[in-house]
Structure formats: structure tokens, C-alpha cells
Design a protein around this ligand. Structure first.
Ligand code: FAD
Ligand code: 2HG
Ligand code: ZN
Length: 494
């Protein structure tokens, strides 16, 4: 049986036909089907947004988008596609940065956008159960009156969905404090590639009854099944939150600073985020947050944003003020200055300078994005080394690459190396890869710290995973999806 299945998986997938569409029309109302095929026949421009990724770098040729409202509808669609061997791309908010959310060919796009109901929230335990298509910001708003916050936060919160967050195991800005989704997700409901509904939507904190299957779907990027429901543990909202941007004369001060900040702020430290000077300048240029004063940024090579979240405002402010005093009055200060937010608007504005870099970079040009785990001490070398490498190839300057910037989650050892070009070209691509991946491998780092593999890095998996690991990943894929319909061309190399 398994050799037949293997054979099936190596055959090309089938395209959607009018007969398939007629079948989908029995499952979904007309308003939930977008297709260029008759009888639906919408214009292909209407499908453009679903076929294109957030960066405008990856583009599929899907003819059909299906938008189910219920888990049963998802199951029926998937069952049909499996029998017919039609590829499916699960799509959440389509904010992924590795080309995972759009088809590589003409697979069906199954959008979770219509599955957007909160199923339950328990304000005592903080356990939230929601449809996978709920937008992260909507969930934040939903639980705020109950004094809880989502354990995950990221710049794409206004568009990304909780299902997409789980599927990518997104990290984001709160991982330092609340850990990864592998810890906070308590249960999942998943439609498997043969249409079976796997109900593991439990709300238990503790459950050691054998293999924890849900973990397989966290970070599987839709290659093993479609997440339709998520049960997640949400923390109580902090009573007080503060933030400060520290301007540093040199990158080499970041590490000693991190040690001091961790020691002094201890349990109230909730974020320690890094942006280099060019990232800051681009954020300001493109209207992300309010610029700091000239005096504050003078001589700054980079910046660190520190956030505190604690239980008592006076206590937290005292700690933060003591820290700043300590840093500024040292014999050889690690920082030039610190800009402390004084009100909620300033708090958001300081965060925007960090959160807005992705948006700013995209406004500036075409970004090549490398989301890597490397030792903290090498962050700057990796950024400078990449710039020098591009210069040596004659690809740095207004005609090709405009900027090479570094920013990211220092507390998680995660650097975002963004190469901002005028356009995507084969020459720049060839100069960057495998160069960047070899640098990562030389540190035994990860080629994807938090964004996933998608279509972008399937060929590069070997730089972070052994042959044995990849072989076992393929076996798992084979067990769940023997006909190879679920997000084909993503995560695993051919
Ligand atoms: P999509 O982009 O739609 O999909 C992403 C992947 O998940 C695809 O492979 C898709 O097939 C799959 N998928 C989606 N929904 C489901 C589902 N219900 N079931 C199965 N598979 C599914 N990432 C971070 O980790 N940290 C950050 O700080 C961060 N910041 C970002 C900031 C910006 C401005 C942007 C644009 C992106 C950022 N990202 C970040 C990328 C991040 O991966 C996504 O924003 C988010 O997690 C993806 O959610 P989504 O709903 O948009 O998923
Ligand atoms: C962030 O931390 C996101 O801002 C996006 O993960 C990073 O755009 C990027 O490269
Ligand atoms: Zn990030």
C-alpha cells in the first residue's frame, strides 16, 4: 500500500475542473467560492491578492479560492481534493514571509477567513478556544476586557490569523516572556489530508497520555493538515507596561547591556529588541513611529528597545529609572542615552520604530529576508559580512542592493537580516545564496528562526537539519499525506 501511495505522490497533481467546482458548490454557498472557471467565472484580478504573497515575491496561478465557514465544510472539501488529487494551500492572513501561503502552481486556495468565531473564553484559567481564522488583533481585543492578553504579538497582528500563527509557529515580540506556541497552545482541531477531523481541542494544562500529536502541526506550515480550531493559554494582562529605547554607540555594547538589563529588571523584563541604525533611519523615513530627537540619536550605531511588564507601576518605574541611572552614570557607559515613554501614545510610538521596520523596508525596495538564529555575538558580523560580500560582487549601490540591515529579537538569538534591493534579480539571489546559509551553518544556527521554510528555503533545509532528520520528516509527511495534496512544494525538499 505504501509503495502505491509513494507512486501517487510523485505524479503531478490535478487541476480544478468545472466538475470539481460543481461539487464544491454543493458544499459551499456561491459567495464562498471565487473561481475563474464557469459557472462562477470571476475575473482573474479578483484572485490576484490570494495568489500573491505579502512581499510580492511569490505568485501562484490558482483558479479557485474556497472560503468555508465550518470544520465540516473544510473536511468535505479536503476529502474531495484528496480523492481527486487536487493540491490545497491553506491560507490565513497571507502575511507569511517565506512564500508558504500562496500556491506554487494552480492548487486550490482554502482561505480560513470565514472561520472567525471565538468558541469560548474562560477568564479564570485564561484559556481561549477560537476558530483558526480569527485575526490576532481581534482576539487581543476580545480578551482585553477580561484582563488577559495574547501570549503572542507581532507586527502583522492586524491581518495574521491565529491558525496561521500556529501553522508557522510564529515567534514575535513576546516570546522572551511567554515562550513559544509549542508551550502555550493547549489543543488543536485539524482536518487531516484525507478529510478526517482530528479533535484534540482540549483545554488541559496537563495531559501526558502518549504522543502529543498537536505539536506536529505547530510549525508544519499547512503541510500535514488544516488547522480549524485553536485552544490557547492567555496570560493575565500586566498591571503596568513601560518601554524605553536605548541608543548605543556600538553594537559590541549590546551583549553586556543585555546581561545588565536581565539582572536588574529580572522578572519584569518582557522584551529586548534590537534595531541597527539603518533600520531605525528607514523606519523613521517611512513614518513608522515618531523620530527621536537629533540629540538622542547622534552617534548611535544601533538601538535596543526594552519593555517591562509587571504588577505594580511604581515598583516597575523605580526599577527602570534605577537601571537608566546605573547605565548613564557608569564610568564607561554602554549607552549614549535612553528615551523613556511617558504615556500610552509614546509607548506605541517607540514600539512602532521596531515593529515598523518590516513595513519600512518593503516601502524602500524589494527585500530579501533572512530570518536566522546565530550567536548574539555574531549579529553585526553577519550583517557587515553580507554587505561586504555584495560589494565584492559589485552588487552594492543604487543600481542593485541599497541597504543591508539587521534587527530582531536579541532575547531569542534571532537576527532578521534584510537585504533591500531595487528589484529581485538572479544576480543578487545568486550572491546571497548559498552564502548566507553557509554562514548560518558555520555557526550551527538555524536558517529559519521563526518565519518557517515555505517555498523559499526547501532547498536550504540541509543547512540546518541532518539527512536523518529530513528523512524522518519525509516519513511523517508520507504518513499524514500519502497523496501529497497538502501545501505541495513547501517545507520539504523534493
Ligand atoms: P499565512 O501567511 O496565510 O500562512 C502562513 C503559512 O501557514 C502557510 O504555509 C499557510 O499554508 C499556513 N497556514 C495558514 N493558516 C493555516 C491553517 N489554518 N492551517 C494550516 N496551515 C495554515 N513572524 C514571526 O514569527 N514573528 C514576527 O515578529 C513576525 N512579524 C511579522 C511582521 C510583518 C509586518 C509581517 C508581514 C509578517 C511577520 N511575520 C512574523 C511572519 C509570520 O509568519 C506571519 O505574520 C504569521 O504568523 C502568519 O500568519 P497568517 O495568518 O498570515 O498565515
Ligand atoms: C519582525 O521581527 C518580523 O519584525 C519580521 O519577524 C522580520 O521582516 C522581517 O524580516
Ligand atoms: Zn521577528
Amino acid at each position: 500500500r505504501s509503495s502505491r501511495a509513494l507512486h501517487a505522490a510523485s505524479q503531478p497533481l490535478n487541476s480544478v475542473t468545472e466538475q470539481d467546482l460543481a461539487h464544491f458548490a454543493k458544499i459551499l454557498p456561491p459567495s464562498s467560492i471565487l473561481s475563474t472557471l464557469p459557472p462562477s467565472s470571476v475575473a482573474s484580478e479578483e484572485l490576484h491578492l490570494y495568489n500573491s504573497d505579502w512581499m510580492g515575491k511569490y505568485r501562484g496561478t490558482s483558479t479557485t479560492v474556497l472560503k468555508p465557514k465550518t470544520t465540516e465544510q473544510v473536511s468535505e472539501i479536503v476529502k474531495w481534493c484528496n480523492e481527486r488529487r487536487i493540491g490545497i494551500v491553506p491560507q490565513g492572513g497571507n502575511t507569511g514571509l517565506v512564500g508558504g501561503s500562496v500556491p506554487v502552481g494552480d492548487e486550490v486556495i482554502l482561505s480560513l477567513a470565514n472561520m472567525s468565531k471565538v468558541r469560548s473564553f474562560d477568564s479564570v484559567s485564561g484559556i481561549l478556544v477560537a476558530d483558526a481564522g480569527c485575526i490576532l488583533q481581534s482576539l487581543t481585543d476580545y480578551i482585553a476586557p477580561h484582563n488577559h492578553i495574547m501570549p503572542i504579538d507581532l507586527g502583522a497582528k492586524g491581518s495574521c490569523q491565529i491558525g496561521g500563527n500556529v501553522a508557522t509557529n510564529a515567534g514575535g515580540l513576546r516570546l522572551l516572556r511567554y515562550g513559544s506556541l509549542h508551550g502555550t497552545v493547549l489543543g488543536l482541531e485539524v482536518v487531516l489530508p484525507d478529510g478526517t477531523i482530528l479533535d484534540q481541542l482540549t483545554t488541559l494544562r496537563k495531559d501526558n497520555t502518549g504522543y502529543d500529536l498537536k505539536q506536529l502541526f505547530i510549525g508544519a506550515e499547512g503541510t500535514l493538515g488544516i488547522i480549524t480550531g485553536v485552544s490557547i493559554l492567555t496570560p493575565p494582562a500586566p498591571q503596568a507596561s513601560n518601554n524605553v529605547i536605548l541608543a548605543l554607540p556600538s553594537f559590541k555594547n549590546v551583549l553586556p547591556l543585555y546581561e545588565i538589563v536581565k539582572r536588574q529588571l529580572s522578572e519584569i523584563l518582557s522584551a529586548f529588541e534590537y534595531i541597527d541604525r539603518t533600520s531605525y533611519d528607514l523606519a523613521v523615513k517611512h513614518g513608522q513611529g515618531r523620530a527621536l530627537s537629533e540629540e538622542d540619536v547622534e552617534g548611535a550605531e544601533c538601538f535596543v528597545l526594552v519593555e517591562t511588564s509587571g504588577g505594580k507601576r511604581e515598583h516597575d518605574e523605580e526599577k527602570l529609572n534605577n537601571l537608566l541611572e546605573f547605565l548613564l552614570e557608569a564610568d564607561e557607559p554602554l549607552i549614549n542615552t535612553g528615551v523613556l515613554s511617558q504615556n500610552p501614545a509614546q509607548f506605541s510610538s517607540l514600539w512602532a520604530l521596531r515593529e515598523g521596520v518590516t513595513e519600512a523596508v518593503s516601502k524602500e525596495g524589494k527585500p530579501y529576508k533572512y530570518d536566522i538564529s546565530v550567536p548574539l555575538s555574531s549579529f553585526q558580523d553577519v550583517v557587515d559580512g553580507t554587505r561586504e560580500h555584495l560589494k565584492s560582487k559589485g552588487l552594492y549601490g543604487d543600481h542593485a542592493v541599497k541597504y543591508v540591515v539587521g534587527y530582531g529579537h536579541v532575547g531569542d538569538g534571532n537576527l532578521h537580516l534584510n537585504v533591500v534591493a531595487n528589484s529581485y534579480t538572479p544576480e543578487i539571489q545568486a550572491a546571497l545564496e548559498p552564502y548566507v546559509y553557509e554562514v548560518v551553518a558555520s555557526h550551527r544556527g538555524s536558517i529559519s528562526a521563526e518565519h518557517g521554510v515555505g517555498a523559499m528555503k526547501t532547498h536550504a533545509l540541509k543547512y540546518s537539519k541532518s539527512d536523518v532528520s529530513i528523512a524522518w520528516m519525509k516519513k511523517i509527511k508520507q504518513i499524514f499525506d500519502p497523496r501529497g495534496i497538502m501545501n505541495p512544494g513547501k517545507v520539504l525538499p523534493e
